[in-house]
Ligand binder design. Structure first.
Ligand code: ADP
Ligand code: MG
Length: 245
């Protein structure tokens, strides 16, 4: 299987504070990898290095064979193929749902308005929100806004989707509808790297689980091993799991 994301010996500092230490992992095409670990362990930072939202000082990352750290790389082009969904939905509040879905397609991919609309509304349908196409983000619930954010990312035809705690800012009753969309994506074969504490999701659809602590990848193993063989886990992973499971 070919690696869609290859992270090799990546280290990163904020000033003198080392936030990532020698992180190495890879995500194959079609793999769903869950990244978990305590708050402040570097999960968001690691995932943001993948689409160059955060620079890093050592190591190398390639996405679909393209080096993220290479000064010659066309980063807007690379980012357009890496969908990113954050904890806070980050839709444009002054634009309608349809405009949110089409803007980057038109500006970054150079699609016509019609083309972008067709694609955007298809993705909106996929997340079950066609009826809301003319609304503004503020008129939607948090769960609906997050589903629009996912549809917006999918409208760009990404090779890979990155999620950073997409459900942790949601009211509990809305978590399920967002996870359902992510489960469906996983089943359709999307390559996904998901920072989440939703271990039900991890158990259901992930292929691998990465556990981070203090900027290091402490565990990187098959889901079956992570959940099925607690005795083999590091003390820190065990402690973390005992708190969230
Ligand atoms: P996580 O997502 O696992 O909670 P983060 O990647 O957000 O962790 O942060 C890892 C560490 O880096 C934390 O100690 C955090 O305080 C620190 N950090 C994050 N962003 C910055 C920044 N822009 N400048 C300095 N330190 C930062
Ligand atoms: Mg985080």
């Amino acid at each position: 299987m070919s690696a869609m994301i290859e992270i090799k010996n990546v280290s990163k500092w904020y000033g003198s504070f080392q936030v990532l230490t020698d992180c190495t992992t890879s995500v194959s095409k079609g793999d769903v990898v869950v990244v978990c670990g305590p708050s402040g362990s570097g999960k968001s930072t690691l995932i943001k290095t993948v689409n160059a939202l955060e620079p890093f000082q050592k190591g190398d990352i390639t996405v679909n064979g393209v080096s993220v750290g290479d000064a010659k790389t066309d980063l807007p082009k690379l980012r357009s193929k890496v969908g990113m969904v954050f904890q806070h939905f980050e839709l444009f509040p002054h634009l309608s749902v349809t405009e949110n879905l089409t803007l980057a397609q038109i500006k970054v991919l150079g699609r016509s308005t019609d083309e972008a609309k067709t694609r955007g509304l298809k993705m909106l349908d996929r997340v079950g929100l066609n009826a809301h196409k003319d609304k503004f983000p503020g008129q939607l619930s948090g769960g609906q806004q997050q589903r629009v954010a996912i549809a917006r990312a999918l409208s760009m035809d990404p090779n890979v989707m990155l999620f950073d705690e997409p459900t942790s800012a949601l009211d509990p009753e809305m978590v399920g509808e967002v996870l359902d969309v992510m489960v469906q994506l996983a089943h359709e074969g999307m390559t996904m790297m998901c920072v989440t504490h939703e271990m039900g999701f991890a158990k259901k659809v992930s292929h691998r689980v990465i556990f981070m602590d203090q900027g290091k990848i402490i565990e990187d193993c098959k889901k079956e091993d992570f959940f099925g063989d607690p005795e083999a886990r590091s003390p820190r992973a065990k402690d973390f799991l005992s708190k969230i499971l």
